[in-house]
Design a protein around this ligand. Structure first.
Ligand SMILES: [Zn+2]
Ligand SMILES: [Zn+2]
Length: 377
């Protein structure tokens, strides 16, 4: 940026100097002297207006990309509604196929204990998916208080011009600061932060579990349906050929009914959709599980990585002060205080609040002294 500016200003400056030299030597006329003074004045004005001690190539690149960021933020904001509708429609389609196509088939073939197990597991899984998704999209992630307050803050948000507590970050899509911000999720049309992080993760986990269950459980049905579709295609092809050659003198071979065709195609759709979601969402869930085990959010992962490298170069060790050890991190994250909570707060729908207010980050009292002192590196 500076190089380009000097390239443009260089020749102008040279001309002026020549003019000045010539002008002063030959007793500069008042008109030229006035012009020179105005040029100097203009230059000082321009410099005073553009001067910024924090300015540099990064600032210039940020400013140049600002319209693109604005466009992306707005597109994601509007796409959020479409994505939420998509999640609801696709999930509902799988549930409808399970009731209308899979259930009649397994009722004829499965034993009663096996049917009971599938009935209880599938409904438990479905209830947890619906509950956590609803909570994740409707629960605000948590926002820092506006204006002056007693909260301990670590910096000021450049966009909100408001104090930021530790672990708080600004979301450019929501256009506000979010407590313990993890990321903005278009599939929830909401930010994932302090108050809905558990709902987001539980939704991902139970949705992956449900997709693996559907994909694995419908494997045999999928193979049969796929073979039937291939047969259908072949029969349709033969029928067309027979009509074209006019060699069709006997009763046509039995073809598949409309209901059978729809059932087979629905089963293939179910298997493909569930397998794809299980793979993609499974990978995302594993990644978030790793972050939770380390006591980090997605944003802190990048910040901590840079800080770790910076301190390593100086021969020092980085400590993440929000990491209480793997098990305690999970207990804090899930809000598990007693053994019974694993059942009532994790395996059953629960709307309990997370530990703390998202602004101060003291470890919960039950976090053992050992965990607090050996905060993993
Ligand atoms: Zn902000
Ligand atoms: Zn957001």
């Amino acid at each position: 940026m500076r190089g380009q500016r000097s390239l443009l200003l260089g020749p102008a400056r040279l001309c002026l100097r020549l003019l000045l030299l010539l002008g002063y030597r030959r007793r500069c006329p008042p008109l030229l002297r006035g012009l020179v003074q105005r040029w100097r004045y203009g230059k000082v004005c321009l410099r005073s207006l553009l001067y910024n001690s924090f300015g540099g190539s990064d600032t210039a690149v940020d400013a140049a990309f600002e319209p693109i960021y604005w466009l992306v933020d707005n597109v994601i904001r509007w796409c959020g509604v479409v994505f939420v509708v998509l999640v609801i429609v696709l999930t509902s389609s799988i549930v409808a196929i399970a009731y209308l196509c899979v259930l009649p088939l397994i009722l004829q073939t499965y034993s009663v204990p096996r049917l009971c197990w599938h009935f209880f597991y599938s409904h438990w899984n479905l209830i947890l998916i619906v509950f956590h998704y609803y909570q994740a999209i409707t629960t605000p992630p948590g926002y820092p208080p506006q204006g002056r307050n007693d909260t301990t803050t670590v910096s000021i948000c450049k966009k909100c011009i408001n104090p930021k507590p530790a672990r708080t970050h600004h979301c450019s899509i929501c256009n506000r600061c979010v407590l313990k911000m993890d990321h903005h999720c278009p599939w929830l049309n909401n930010c994932v932060g302090h108050y809905n992080h558990r709902y987001f993760f539980s939704f991902c986990f139970f949705m992956t579990l449900g997709c693996v269950y559907c994909s694995y459980g419908s494997w045999d049905l999928f193979r049969e349906a796929y073979a039937a579709i291939e047969k259908m295609k072949q029969l349709d092809k033969n029928k067309l050929q027979a009509v074209a050659n006019q060699t069709y003198h006997q009763t046509p071979p039995p073809t598949f009914s409309f209901r059978e065709r729809v059932t087979h195609k629905s089963l293939v759709y179910l298997w493909f959709l569930c397998s794809s979601v299980a793979l993609a969402l499974g990978a995302l869930t594993v990644w978030h599980a790793v972050l939770i085990s380390r006591g980090e959010t997605s944003i802190e992962r990048h910040i901590n990585k840079k800080e770790r490298q910076r301190l390593q170069a100086k021969g020092r060790v980085f400590r993440n002060h929000y990491n209480y050890g793997c098990l305690d991190n999970w207990k804090v994250f899930l809000g598990v205080d007693t053994g019974r909570h694993w059942l009532t707060r994790v395996l059953l729908p629960s709307s309990h609040l997370p530990h703390g207010n998202g602004m101060s980050w003291d470890p919960p009292p039950w976090v053992t002294a050992h965990s607090a002192s050996v905060m993993a590196v």
